[in-house]
Write a protein that binds this ligand. Structure first.
Ligand SMILES: NC(=O)c1ccc[n+]([C@@H]2O[C@H](COP(=O)([O-])OP(=O)(O)OC[C@H]3O[C@@H](n4cnc5c(N)ncnc54)[C@H](OP(=O)(O)O)[C@@H]3O)[C@@H](O)[C@H]2O)c1
Length: 363
């Protein structure tokens, strides 16, 4: 049996190709290893950002690919089809970080009732979340449409949750308005939902003309402005800016427009892939990367064991019911579908109301 993987050229993300490798003979799997069939995975602009930052943040080291190529990590579901671990059975369903491939060998470690970890040496040195798998066979929240919503949004909503918490903790840096770029992105509308639910904070979404109607229809932004109209925003009140777009030209325009009223400028994403390597100093608060692991570490200490999970679950419970109306799940099976969704996501051609669930197995 073969493993099929989709890999991309690290220095030219438009170039993708399929590679085939032999699957290990299951009788020769190392002790405690699992052979997992990668069933279905979510694909959004976030995965493109993993590729853009592949070298810098070591995403390329997670799932090795031939020289010059990288396998982009994706969030999704796998089924254990062979197990050399006494506590993990064939047929088990896992949720976690997978390669864009049909199969993955996991060196199972720290197996508990709820999850396990891949201890493969090449996967170490990244945040623990990237090597953790949840055992979800018996969990209805990870099945069917709900499961797809988890794969598409849960990892993104964790960031939304952490930024909302960080802004509130800092009393919104003295502002009562938060401006979000790439407002149509899932990470942005998750954050907009949380900010809007607080009350008393004005949530302003910046987006492209093509996505403005969708963003307005969500109901979690008080105001929606297209990128060409940002200078129409009143600039005599303090604002906090949360940037998912990573567009240097837009950031400069906003900072010059708001001047000293720009009280916070947090860099989160790179959806536009238009970041200049060296940006000149800008008026207002200095743009800084929001580093999620720092916020997690601090809150884990302050809130104690389970504190983050409890609060995050409550936030998810308030958010998830919206997804039925905000998102259409689109399934794609096989090499052609995966390649097409990859290229469409890379070039920003995916309508924001779509959430793509893919599989390299033919449907
Ligand atoms: N730092 C972290 O830990 C962290 C965690 C989660 C997410 N993020 C980042 O947040 C960003 C959003 O991710 P997501 O998965 O939520 O995105 P998504 O839902 O797939 O976002 C799609 C939107 O991004 C914009 N876009 C995407 N590709 C584009 C292109 N090629 N050209 C121009 N615009 C494009 C468009 O929005 P507009 O028209 O509205 O601009 C589009 O509607 C990503 O960069 C992701 O890496 C960071």
């Amino acid at each position: 049996m073969n493993c099929t993987a989709f890999v991309v050229a690290r220095d030219d993300l438009k170039q993708g190709k399929i590679i085939e490798t032999d699957l290990p003979d299951t009788s020769r799997l190392p002790d405690e290893a699992l052979l997992v069939k990668v069933d279905r995975f979510a694909f959004t602009a976030n995965n493109i950002t993993y590729a853009v930052l592949g070298d810098q943040l070591r995403y390329w080291s997670l799932f090795p690919a031939p020289n010059g190529f990288g396998n982009i990590p994706v969030w999704g579901f796998g089924e254990v089809i062979a197990s050399r671990h006494p506590m993990v059975s064939v047929g088990e369903r896992l949720f976690g970080y997978f390669p864009m491939a049909t199969h993955l060998v996991i060196e199972a470690a720290d197996v508990s009732k709820r999850g396990l970890r891949d201890a493969a040496p090449h996967r170490q040195g990244v945040a623990p979340v990237y090597n953790a798998y949840a055992r979800v066979s018996a969990d209805a929240a990870y099945a069917g449409r709900q499961g797809d919503e988890q794969a598409l949004l849960r990892p993104l909503f964790m960031l939304s949750f952490l930024v909302d918490d960080f802004l509130a903790e800092n009393e919104f840096f003295g502002s009562r308005s938060v401006v979000l770029s790439s407002a149509s992105s899932k990470t942005a509308f998750g954050l907009a939902h949380l900010l809007h639910s607080r009350g008393g904070i004005r949530v302003i979404g910046l987006t492209s003309a093509a996505n403005a109607d969708y963003v307005a229809s969500l109901g979690c932004y008080h105001e929606v402005i297209t990128y060409d109209r940002v200078s129409a925003l009143p600039n005599d009140v303090p604002v906090a800016f949360v940037d998912m777009a990573g567009n240097s030209e837009l950031r400069a325009r906003l900072h010059h427009h708001f001047g000293d009223q720009m009280k916070y400028s947090g860099r989160i994403g790179l959806t536009h892939r238009a970041s200049a390597p060296d940006e000149p100093p800008l008026p207002g608060a200095k743009p800084t990367w929001f580093f999620a692991p720092d916020q997690i570490r601090r809150r884990a200490k302050e809130w104690g064991p389970g504190g983050i999970e409890k609060r995050f679950s409550a936030a998810w419970t308030g958010f998830a019911p919206n997804l039925e109306k905000w998102l259409t799940i689109v399934e794609g099976h096989g090499l052609g579908a995966v390649q097409q969704v990859y290229l469409d996501t890379l070039s920003g051609r995916i309508p924001p109301d779509q959430g793509h669930m893919l599989s390299l197995h033919e449907g």
